[in-house]
Design a protein around this ligand. Structure first.
Ligand SMILES: CC(C)(COP(=O)(O)OP(=O)(O)OC[C@H]1O[C@@H](n2cnc3c(N)ncnc32)[C@H](O)[C@@H]1OP(=O)(O)O)[C@@H](O)C(=O)NCCC(=O)NCCS
Length: 332
């Protein structure tokens, strides 16, 4: 091998910048999930994350970085696996660089006593991309298929009233409360209980993922990290007549990229479904995102293809599929 695989220290700024440039070049053609701008990546890489430990790997040929990988080790649950991203510069493909990065990541995974590697490949709807062939060649299974969808704010504005009309009086009695990142203290425990249901309630396909326990301490720590990296989690929660948090949705916007948002989670408690809360919550978060970021141009969301109810809500809002996400899993 004429290149070497090395772990880089994210506080070594020139090394991290070279790593970021490889990822930027490798993802330049994708239709969704824009590669984070440099300031955002630096902030993500150097701010302690209580949820995950990050390991940055690089493939180096002489004085050039040609491949990059990020292995995120969940620390609180799903500690049996590692989430892996792999990127190879387009002019250096099919030289075995990703294979070598994967081998190193797998060695680290085993060394940490973990047994599963999760990754993802983006492909055009109905088409394919190198990530799919690579995953197939290197022993990953497609554990779930998701649609990556985009909503332009022009389309949202055109559909908003019809969405509100569709909600009508269906969620009367529920109160929608919105906030930027930091949950009001009186709803914290109940919101945490709802978040704890997420993995049990969303279709995961064959992904071997367990649920999290969201204690108030953990929620506050996670919020503080979002604040520290300049990410605004613009959230709406639905409060049932008894005071319970019955549903939640959010749109995330980074201060460094105020024209683009991403939906994080959307969840309605099974006991409170059928009242159009999903749609009402999404209208509330999109309104909040637009009023907080008037330059917002579009929001992206990703849902399992089999998630009929969520897909219906998104279609009603005007979301359109732009890419397919193959959720990959490899058991070592
Ligand atoms: C996917 C990616 C990381 C592969 O990097 P790479 O260094 O070219 O991969 P390798 O050279 O190690 O390929 C290993 C094997 O995967 C398969 N493969 C990789 N790219 C392929 C392609 N474009 N078409 C067909 N097979 C391909 C082949 O079997 C290849 O072995 P071979 O060259 O001996 O036939 C690279 O294309 C990339 O950066 N894509 C964008 C980011 C991405 O999709 N990452 C997620 C991957 S899980």
């Amino acid at each position: 091998m004429y290149f070497s695989i090395e772990q880089i220290d994210p506080h070594n700024e020139p090394a991290l910048k070279a790593w970021w440039e490889v990822g930027q070049a490798a993802t330049a053609g994708r239709a969704s999930m824009p590669w984070p701008v440099w300031e955002q990546m630096r902030s993500i890489a150097t701010t302690t994350n209580p949820e995950r430990a990050l390991v940055f790997l690089a493939a180096i040929d002489g004085r050039e970085m040609v491949g990059a990988a990020l292995a995120a080790h969940p620390l609180l649950e799903n500690t049996h696996g590692v989430e892996l991203e792999l990127y190879v510069r387009p002019d250096r493909r099919r030289e075995g660089i990703a294979t070598a990065l994967l081998a190193e990541a797998e060695a680290l995974t085993r060394g940490a006593g973990r047994t599963t590697v999760w990754s993802a490949a983006l492909v055009p709807p109905g088409g394919t991309a190198p990530g799919e062939a690579f995953a197939h060649a290197r022993g990953f299974d497609v554990a779930s298929r998701e649609s990556m969808k985009e909503l332009t704010m022009a389309d949202y504005r055109a559909r908003r009233q019809a969405a509100l009309d569709a909600v009508g009086g269906a969620s009367d009695g529920y109160e929608i409360v919105t906030f930027d990142t930091v949950c009001p203290e009186e709803h914290l425990v109940s919101f945490g209980r709802l978040l704890g249901m997420l993995n049990a309630e969303i279709p995961l396909g064959d992904l071997d993922l367990a649920d999290a326990e969201w204690t108030p301490e953990r929620m506050r720590a996670a919020e503080q990290r979002q604040v520290a990296i300049g990410r605004h989690v613009l959230t709406a929660i639905a409060i049932a007549p008894g005071g319970t948090v019955a549903g939640a949705s959010d749109v995330r916007v980074n201060d460094t990229s105020p024209t683009q948002g991403q939906v994080g989670i959307t969840l309605v408690d099974p006991g409170h479904r059928g009242r159009r809360l999903g749609l009402a919550l999404k209208v509330a978060t999109h309104d909040l995102a637009l009023s907080s970021y008037p330059r917002l141009r579009s929001v992206e969301t990703s849902n399992a293809e089999v998630n009929t109810h969520m897909n219906a809500v998104n279609e009603q809002l005007g979301y359109r599929t732009v890419e397919t996400v193959l959720e990959l899993q490899k058991k070592l």
